[in-house]
Design a protein. Structure first.
Length: 492
């Protein structure tokens, strides 16, 4: 008879196993996005694998600036925004671990020891009348176990959602690192551009001081007029004022760098250094590469996976849940007889729960999840469109700035020749000193413009590397998964 019952239970067990393999909700598929075939760019740009031009991880090494490299490493170690993102990544990992833990049954124990006195006037619990008060002991060592069978994949969808959220947080951390390091490099090169302009202004001040001495000497000798002295003195003081005001801008960028590297601004200083190196040669690669190389795009894609899993979780609410439970242990009035066969008790069972009427809340939850998924798809595609815009803007910007640099260099050379000619003509008495002053002012303005273009080229190179993802690759996200390990499963 018992053997027949066992065989009869096998089909039911098989049905439960088959049902347990069902997972409701749509299967995730990465939505498509419009991708251009190539960038709108002219020479010297070319299509190639962008990983060749940008170092993986330490992308700033392409600039060959040891000071910049040192600052970037300090920022990665001490920047507080990065630390916030890293802490959120740990939260996401722990949240995924919580869901992974639901794959295993729960086991609890609640030992109890009690001594009590029952009233002699208590109501009888049976046909036997109460005759007197009773004092008794009760010792118990119960164990309880429970497990929810994942009939329709609610748990699997929850794990899928938290794993994808964990990977999205990992991509967010990489994006924060990229943003911070790019901002630091941009501020650094802007600071060096200001150093270059300050160098130009300081050298111009020295030149004007010598010119003023010469003009003043000629004035005292009766060769030059007082107007010539006043004009030169005006230009000298104007140049000094520009240098003083530029120091304020430099200090603002220096303080910004201090915050990025995690140091107090008052005690942070960088020695002046003018720009000398040219921007590195970079390859923009193919537009399709951005879908795998930008961490913000990868984060948006993982958020879509989260939203897709949420639809399955919402749909699982339409189906019943099955909970298996059991309890057992020992109970006795005498602690010496607690661990005894006669003191043993146990019970096993199962319950199935299904909501019959919810007032439309389940349908609303599914609609809410679907709308969330649609929003994540739109956000993902918007991120891709903006990534294409950023790369195209920076590619175009570098092309324009390269042409502007060549043109401005010719302008500086011409302005320097103009100053030489004006000085010679003034010395020969052919022109007034105003022509010399105008030539000096023109040369100064054009030299500063050339320095600005040089700084803009370096900053735009940084922005292009940032727009290309800084050498990052989405394949690294595959390692961001929580897998159950024995030491974690048995941990309290």
């Amino acid at each position: 008879m018992k053997r027949d019952r066992k065989f009869c239970a096998l089909p039911g067990l098989a049905v439960c196993i088959l049902i347990g393999g069902c997972t409701v909700g749509p299967k995730y598929q990465r939505p498509t996005a419009a991708v251009p075939a190539k960038w709108d760019a002219s020479e010297p740009w070319r299509e190639s694998t962008p990983k060749d031009g940008v170092a993986k991880g330490e992308w700033w090494s392409v600039f060959n600036d040891d000071e910049l490299t040192s600052l970037e490493k300090q920022a990665l170690d001490a920047n507080q925004t990065i630390k916030v993102s890293a802490a959120r990544l740990e939260q996401a990992r722990a949240s995924a671990a919580v869901q992974v833990a639901t794959q295993f049954p729960t086991l609890a124990v609640a030992p109890q020891a009690q001594r009590q006195r029952l009233s002699g006037n208590r109501p009888p619990g049976s046909a036997i009348p109460v005759t007197s008060a009773v004092t008794q002991n009760s010792f118990s060592l119960p164990f309880t176990a429970g497990y929810e069978v994942d009939l329709f994949g609610r748990r699997r969808r929850s794990i899928e959602a938290t794993q994808a959220s964990y990977q999205a947080s990992a991509a967010d951390l990489e994006n924060v690192r990229l943003v911070i390091t790019a901002e630091l490099a941009g501020d650094y090169f802007t600071l060096r551009q200001l150093d270059t302009e300050l160098g130009i202004l300081n050298r111009t001040v020295e030149t004007l001081q010598k010119a003023l001495q010469l003009v003043d000497s000629r004035h005292k000798g009766g060769v030059a007029s007082g107007l010539d002295v006043a004009e030169e003195e005006t230009l000298l003081n104007t140049t000094r004022t520009q240098a003083i005001l530029l120091q304020q801008q430099r200090k603002q960028f220096e303080d910004a760098i201090a915050v990025l590297v995690g140091k107090p601004a008052p005690g942070f200083h960088l020695a002046p250094k003018e720009l000398k190196d040219e921007p590195p040669a970079l390859d923009a690669g193919l537009p399709s590469d951005l879908l795998e190389r930008r961490p913000d795009v990868a984060e948006g894609e993982r958020q879509m996976a989260v939203a897709n899993a949420q639809i399955g979780i919402a749909r699982a609410a339409y189906y019943p849940s099955l909970n298996l439970f059991g309890n057992g242990g020992w109970q006795a009035a005498d602690i010496a007889k607690l661990v005894n066969v006669q003191s043993t008790f146990w019970a096993v069972g199962a319950n199935v729960a299904e909501s019959i009427f919810t007032g439309g809340s389940r349908r609303a939850q599914v609609q809410f999840a679907k709308a969330g998924y649609d929003a994540s798809v739109a956000a993902y595609r918007d991120t891709i469109l903006n990534s294409f815009r950023e790369v195209q803007d920076d590619v175009t910007g570098l092309t324009v700035l390269e042409q502007a640099k060549d043109s401005q260099q010719q302008t500086v050379d011409a302005a320097r020749r103009t100053l030489d000619i004006a000085t010679s003509r003034y010395t020969g008495g052919l022109v007034s000193y105003l022509d010399v002053v105008n030539a000096q002012q023109n040369l100064l303005n054009n030299e500063r413009e050339l320095a600005t273009i040089h700084g803009q080229r370096l900053v735009t190179s940084v922005l292009l590397i940032k727009a290309l993802g800084g050498g990052w690759d989405a394949s690294s996200l595959s390692a961001a998964q929580v897998k159950p390990k024995l030491k974690d499963v048995v941990a309290p």
